[in-house]
Design a protein around this ligand. Structure first.
Ligand SMILES: Cc1cc2nc3c(=O)[nH]c(=O)nc-3n(C[C@H](O)[C@H](O)[C@H](O)COP(=O)(O)OP(=O)(O)OC[C@H]3O[C@@H](n4cnc5c(N)ncnc54)[C@H](O)[C@@H]3O)c2cc1C
Length: 438
């Protein structure tokens, strides 16, 4: 493993800043491309905290085409996402799994409308369809997929490393230029192509930050299926059976314009109320249930004048900025692999235009080579996270290596063995992660 001081003054062909799914996916693509082609390529991935601490670890954990985008006639985006869904189910079966959804349609008109939407969804999926849907019965249902989203980021990093990429967490970048970066400790590293994958932290006028929040309640119903509830305000709220420690329900998401900085992201009182009220309408018993956890993150969307947060396009933009840095902006987690592929084509066209690397697309076929099946049980999982993922502390273990921070109302007693394993401050953790009851 390289210390960052060792990297000072070194030259890399590609330097990627930001270890969310887009940065990690790009690092894996470039490293794998170099490996498959035998073309030497030095790839550096820098993350200021830990892999998946940003939006990529605090989202709805769905690998989906996005049924609701049909409403906005975003057919191309839905089709691409459905193709990627099928590919990820095949290439990352330990972290991406099929999930059946039932729809909460109110009356016959709703049922016809949503049934037709599901039929169109399946039509767009074509050969990439998974499971069989129910279009016109009283219980509408369709299939999508769910992931462990920070885990898949970590697996991309681990695989990128296996193919030779240098991936360094815990190191922020202060300045990005076309020919290198300056780290927050003043160290400079030179690069043939610099890529800005800082997601919501990229900033700038073209970006609109929209906050999405989730709440976690105990399991609300029997069965493994998720629920997609089309609320009368036009939002879709998912109820997802969740939890590998305790069985819980993940409920979200909201869509609220975010005026604060990218570092201050937490659920507001009104978002909690909004989600709890919808939960109570569908499952009255939930009103007496404790709120187990909440988390929020930001969507970096491309600003579109006059459009609501929900209606703003999830399409991505990958382009060289005026300062010569390649920027990856917007998009969906589900389409990360194809975004990484597109970005990697642009990187290799810049650093080695005559070598034919832009025609090699191995991430379409090559499954993850690192072991990705996480062990069950607290002790085994801690050991895995330390050994396989290089997880350095309690916070990252509970929020990136696992989703356990939100699966339980932690007491000091409960948390003690995990905190001890990471020499972490259990009291500070419990205080930080105990949600206010609304
Ligand atoms: C609430 C919500 C729910 C969503 N649900 C889904 C879903 O279910 N399915 C789906 O397909 N998509 C979903 N999305 C979209 C998806 O999660 C994002 O598009 C995707 O995670 C963005 O990844 P990213 O790598 O660009 O950003 P991030 O994951 O935010 O990564 C950026 C990284 O850059 C790092 N960084 C920042 N500044 C610096 C610096 N100076 N130096 C070094 N590193 C730095 C950060 O620490 C962070 O790790 C959701 C989005 C939101 C907000």
């Amino acid at each position: 493993m390289h210390s960052i001081e060792e990297l000072a003054g070194q030259h890399f062909d590609a330097i990627i800043v930001g270890g969310g799914i887009n940065g990690a996916g790009l690092a894996r693509d470039l490293a794998l491309r170099a490996n498959v082609s035998g073309h030497p390529m030095r790839v550096l991935l820098l993350e200021r905290s830990f892999w998946g601490t940003g939006t990529s670890g605090k989202n709805s954990h769905l690998i989906h085409g996005g049924l609701r985008y049909l409403k906005y006639f975003d057919f191309a985006l839905v089709k691409e996402a459905l193709r990627e869904r099928a590919l990820l189910l095949k290439l990352a079966p330990d972290t991406v799994r099929p999930l059946r959804f039932e729809l909460t349609a109110q009356g016959p008109i709703d049922r016809i409308f949503y049934g037709a939407g599901i039929a169109l969804y399946d039509l767009l999926a074509g050969a990439n369809r998974i499971g069989s849907s129910s279009y016109f019965s009283s219980r509408l249902s369709y299939w999508d997929a769910a992931s462990d989203s920070a885990a898949l980021v970590i697996d991309n990093v681990r695989d990128a490393r296996l193919y030779g990429a240098v991936c360094v967490p815990g190191r922020g970048v202060k300045r990005l230029r076309a020919d290198g970066v300056e780290l927050d400790n003043g160290v400079r590293v030179k690069g043939g192509c610099v890529i800005d994958a800082r997601g919501p932290w990229i900033g700038g006028e073209a970006m609109r930050l929209v906050r999405g929040s989730h709440i976690v309640l105990p399991r609300l119903y029997e069965g493994d299926q998720a629920l997609a509830h089309f609320h009368h305000d036009g939002r879709i709220i998912f109820f997802i059976p969740w939890g590998d420690l305790d069985p819980v329900t993940l409920i979200g998401t909201t869509d609220a314009d975010h005026a604060e900085g990218a570092d201050q992201v937490e659920i507001s009182w009104s978002e909690t109320e909004y989600l709890r009220t919808i939960a109570e309408q569908l499952f009255p018993a939930s009103s007496k249930m404790p709120l187990l956890g909440t988390f929020s993150s930001l969507r970096p969307l491309m600003a579109a004048a006059g459009k609501s947060a929900s209606a703003t396009s999830r399409e991505h933009q990958i382009a060289f900025r005026q300062d010569g840095v390649l920027e990856i902006l917007g998009g969906k987690y589900t389409t990360y692999r194809s975004m990484a592929e597109q970005a990697a084509d642009m990187v290799v066209n810049k650093i080695a235009p005559d070598d034919g690397l832009a025609k090699i697309h191995p991430t379409r076929e090559v499954p993850f080579k690192v072991p990705t099946c996480r062990p069950a049980g607290i002790e085994a999982r801690i050991e895995w996270a330390k050994r396989e993922e290089g997880c350095p502390n309690l916070e990252y273990f509970m929020t990136c290596s696992t989703n356990w921070a939100w699966q339980r109302r932690w007491t000091l007693e409960d948390l003690a063995p995990i905190a001890a394993a990471f020499k972490g401050d259990a009291e500070a953790f419990v205080e930080r992660h105990t949600p206010c009851q609304s």
